[in-house]
Design a protein around this ligand. Structure first.
Ligand SMILES: CC(=O)SCCNC(=O)CCNC(=O)[C@H](O)C(C)(C)COP(=O)(O)OP(=O)(O)OC[C@H]1O[C@@H](n2cnc3c(N)ncnc32)[C@H](O)[C@@H]1OP(=O)(O)O
Ligand SMILES: CC(C)C(=O)C(=O)O
Length: 570
């Protein structure tokens, strides 16, 4: 790279617009959308779509709700021409959808383009000519006047054809290609001349489309350019002002949004930002950005995965897993603090209140995505994500103290998996297996064989008759206390006491199960441990939790639960 890039590259000139209004405006309604997936998107593919794929894409665009669809560059190929003919002759175009076709401003290409539209109910004829100094001088070898005459000749040719074919409702669109690199006054004069020559009216306006053919500046510069045109065009009331941003600097969405604030009425772009080089502006991101501000985008992305499937099959191009709103990973949190916040957000969620789940700008369910992938556990995860997965998959609600402890167990297992070159992610099933190996494993020092609870004659005291095995020997004892747990501990007759205890239902109905969690400490305070039990009966679950805690106390422990998990996993 150059040490002094200014020798080679110059900053883009900024329009003189000191009283710009757009920074304090807001977007309050959806623009008119035009999908150019079948034209600008299609012309940028290794292998342009065949007729079958074009039909599939067209049907999907209609189903999404696009009312204007640029379907082809009919003079470019027989496939494009035939596709337009099929749409018209086979009546594939819904009554509320208008097709658009693009052509250079050259007489034979305009003629072929108009021919393709014969019999259309309504059609947008989109004429373009590049207008920037580089194109005028280097590509065309024409001055401003010659460029103006060339486009006006194409407008007249189209006008004559339109007058001769009143059975079609004709709409003219004009694009000064490379608008963003064109002197604003020249672009304005050209657009005014086109509107005059066509005879645009407020009832039948001309679409003036101002492309950032190659994105060259920060989005605010494009917004200035659009606002300048919006304020200086002679016949603003006879114009639908349209923008067509490309994404060369990665800021097409921002450019389109600021352009709408600056006065644009319409946006042209492609789904998932397909299109030449780095693509056209991504209409899905734009539309869903509006949606998350409470604005109806007038486009339906309620099954975004199905839309992504059609797009990738038609274009043969992948979509990044981090693509806004649709990528495989965009509703997934791996990192611990994010998971913790999401879990708390879902727990506190009021379905009638505005959406405010941390780290999720949109409800995945609105786009047909499930919550399954919202939280995934890997080595970056913490207790929140682990607890979320166990709760959503198994209804197992871990108390905070167990969450903290179990997160450490998961972390160690993850490190071992990582060192063994295995997957760095842990599924809910794997987490449950590790939980069972850690807290519920039967291959431990003490095993509860049987317990029977009864109420003593005083009607208050609880008695427990328990049988358990420890170190190969079988024990059977009776104990009593003011509750089942006290009675059970009395039967065990060990120098331990309960520090804390929590229980909760895991499922409801006939297959109901309960989980119980306990913290035990030895009377001398030297050892402590936490345990868990799961059983159809909550009292049995609490006894198992005590046995679990005893087994996990250093004084009693014989098995490494993480090793047990590894054995289960293989
Ligand atoms: C920014 C955009 O996306 S614009 C749309 C781009 N899409 C396409 O071009 C679709 C596919 N294109 C094609 O099939 C062909 O280019 C055609 C049929 C349009 C034209 O083919 P050809 O006549 O063989 O020309 P070619 O492909 O070499 O294009 C260059 C010619 O177009 C001219 N040209 C380019 N844009 C325009 C324009 N808007 N108006 C008039 N002439 C133009 C150039 O000056 C050049 O002319 P020259 O050969 O006299 O120097
Ligand atoms: C022809 C115009 C609309 C275009 O595609 C562009 O400038 O990118």
């Amino acid at each position: 790279m150059l040490s002094q890039p200014s020798r080679k590259y110059r900053p883009t000139p900024v329009p003189d617009l000191p009283d710009r209004q757009w920074p304090s405006r807001r977007i309050e309604a959806a623009p008119v959308w035009l999908s150019t997936d079948l034209r600008d998107g299609n012309q940028a593919l290794f292998e342009p779509m065949d007729t079958a794929r074009k039909h599939r894409m067209f049907r999907m665009l209609c189903a999404i709700g696009f009312k204007e669809i640029e379907v082809a560059f009919p003079s470019a190929s027989q496939t494009d021409f035939d596709f337009v003919r099929q749409l018209i002759e086979q009546r594939h175009i819904p009554d509320d959808v208008t097709i658009a076709v693009l052509t250079q401003a050259r007489p034979h290409l305009v003629a072929r383009t108009l021919e393709s539209l014969q019999g259309a109910r309504r059609a947008i004829v989109h004429l373009y000519i590049a207008t920037s100094p580089t194109f005028r001088e280097t590509v065309f070898g024409m001055n401003r006047e010659e460029v103006t005459q060339q486009i006006l000749a194409a407008v007249e040719q189209t006008r004559r054809h339109a007058d001769a074919h009143p059975e079609t409702e004709w709409v003219l669109e004009f694009s000064p290609e490379t608008f963003n690199a064109t002197e604003p006054e020249f672009a304005r004069d050209l657009c005014d001349a086109v509107v005059d020559r066509w005879g645009g009216t407020p009832e039948q306006p001309v679409i003036i489309n101002l492309p950032a053919t190659v994105e060259m500046a920060t989005p605010n510069v494009y917004a200035d350019q659009i606002e300048w045109m919006h304020r200086h065009l002679a016949h603003r009331d006879r114009i639908v002002l349209s923008v067509h941003p490309h994404n060369d600097r990665g800021t097409a969405v921002a450019a389109a949004e600021l352009a709408l604030m600056a006065g644009a009425d319409r946006v042209e772009g492609c789904l998932f930002g397909q299109g030449e080089r780095t693509g056209n502006v991504d209409l899905i991101t734009l539309a869903l950005n509006l949606y998350t501000q409470g604005i109806d985008p007038q486009l339906d992305f309620g099954d975004i995965d199905a839309i992504a499937r059609v797009c990738t099959e038609c274009s043969q191009l992948p979509i990044s897993p981090r693509h806004p709103y649709v990528g495989d990973l965009v509703y997934t949190a791996f990192s611990g603090s994010h998971q913790d916040a999401i879990k708390k957000g879902f727990a506190a969620r009021d379905p009638d209140a505005p959406w405010s789940i941390p780290y999720l700008p949109i409800d995945p369910a609105d786009l047909g995505r499930t919550y399954d992938a919202v939280i995934r556990v890997n080595s970056q995860s913490g207790k929140g994500g682990i607890a979320y997965l166990l709760e959503t998959a198994y209804g197992l609600r871990l108390p905070r103290r167990i969450q903290i402890e179990f997160a450490g167990v998961v972390q160690q297992a993850m490190d071992r998996q990582h060192q063994a070159g295995q997957s760095a992610e842990m599924s809910a099933a794997q987490l449950m297996a590790l939980f069972e190996a850690t807290y519920l494993a039967p291959t431990t020092a003490i095993t509860l064989v049987e317990s029977r609870l009864a109420t003593a004659a005083d009607g208050v005291t609880q008695t427990v008759k328990a049988t358990w095995e420890a170190g190969g020997a079988r024990f059977e004892r009776q104990g009593s206390g003011n509750g089942p747990i006290a009675a059970f501990l009395d039967a065990l007759d060990l120098p331990v006491r309960v520090q804390w205890y929590e229980e909760s239902a895991m499922t409801q109905g006939s297959d109901a199960r309960a989980s119980a969690f306990v913290g035990l400490v030895t009377d001398d305070g030297r050892y402590s441990a936490q345990g868990a039990g799961i059983d159809a009966n909550i009292v049995s679950a609490s006894f198992q939790a005590i046995i679990s805690a005893l087994n996990r106390m250093d004084a009693f422990r014989v098995a490494d639960p993480a090793m047990a998990f590894e054995a289960a996993a293989h």
